[in-house]
Design a protein around this ligand. Structure first.
Ligand code: DON
Length: 303
């Protein structure tokens, strides 16, 4: 299939809609300044073909897409024990909701809501240094050095009242082993990582290759673990819009409030779209449309 021309066609189709609807995330001041009228798309196939179009090489804040890699690191380093204090059900609530945590005694519904990512980060902090390990994993997976955006991390730390509340709430239930400040610092830094669509399409490549590193073939996750990550992406990866994603796109996806969305077509390819203006669900508005067009034109779907 001619992916390069397909990606260019998708960008050309959607470009007239850029800047017309949706809102750039404004609750993190450093993100509020990102111009909305941008659209990037990139993919890498199972056998190493690559294509990108539009702003596919422009770096952006990966935000909650980092939760995919935090989970990967957690599954790699902690195995099954990771699930001792972590659920695998969609929350049906906003990603930063405190409501369920109280009735469920501080056990997060899944690793892709904020409380879940804080739990995985805490578990990691007990066995390794999460900040350098995250950068090392992502740099290895995409074959290029990856960095934190210290301005975004500081901006989140200064305004992340909800995350501070979530971490303290879990600590009050005895669910965090490490200091709240240590866990939050690693979490905010993971969210602040800057990458472009092509780097993210490469980095997620192990998820369409039964867990094998996209370049070296090293086992990043076992085949079973990789399938489980894809299952969690489908059911929980796009906040409380996961049903809509499954209905309209039919591929496991993980989104972030920076406007990026990573999608996996198992055994075929990984794809990343980015457009900063968000729908009310917190997912990229035009990014969703781009994925929908891609799925329709390629016929790729897990269903
Ligand atoms: O925790 C936050 O508010 C952001 N750093 C990440 C938000 C995001 O992308 C959606 N979270 N699941």
């Amino acid at each position: 299939m001619q992916f390069q021309s397909l990606l260019e066609e998708i960008v050309a189709t959607l470009r007239p809609e850029l800047g017309l609807a949706g809102q750039v995330a404004s609750y993190i001041p450093a993100l509020a300044r990102v111009p909305a009228a941008q659209l990037g798309i990139a993919l890498r196939t199972f056998d190493g073909q690559e294509a990108h179009a539009g702003d596919g090489l422009t770096p952006f804040s990966i935000q909650s897409i980092s939760k995919l890699f935090t989970l990967t690191l957690g599954m790699r380093k902690l195995g099954e024990s990771l699930w001792d204090s972590l659920g695998r059900e969609p929350s049906g609530n906003p990603f930063n909701s405190l409501v369920q945590l109280e009735s469920e005694q501080g056990v997060p519904r899944n690793p892709f809501i904020n409380a879940g990512a804080l739990t995985v980060t805490d578990r990691l902090a007990s066995v390794l240094e999460p900040k350098p390990e995250m950068l090392a994993l992502l740099s290895s997976l995409c074959g290029e050095p990856v960095h934190f955006d210290e301005e975004v991390a500081a901006s989140e730390a200064a305004t992340g009242y909800r995350n501070v509340a979530l971490a303290n709430f879990m600590k009050s239930f005895g669910r965090l082993a490490n200091e709240v400040g240590t866990v939050l610092d690693a979490y905010f830094h993971a969210c602040s990582i800057r990458m472009n669509c092509l780097q993210l399409a490469r980095a997620a490549g192990f998820l369409c290759r039964d867990g094998a590193h996209p370049y070296t073939g090293e086992s990043i996750l076992t085949e079973r673990q990789a399938r489980r990550v894809n299952a969690l992406m489908l059911t929980c990866g796009t906040y409380d819009a996961a049903g809509e994603f499954a209905f309209r796109i039919g591929l496991p996806c993980k989104s972030g409030v920076g406007g990026g969305i990573v999608a996996v077509a198992p055994d075929r390819l990984t794809l990343c779209v980015w457009s900063p203006a968000l729908a009310s669900s917190g997912n990229s508005l035009i990014g969703m449309k781009a994925l929908e067009l891609f799925a329709a034109k390629t016929g790729l779907s897990i269903f």
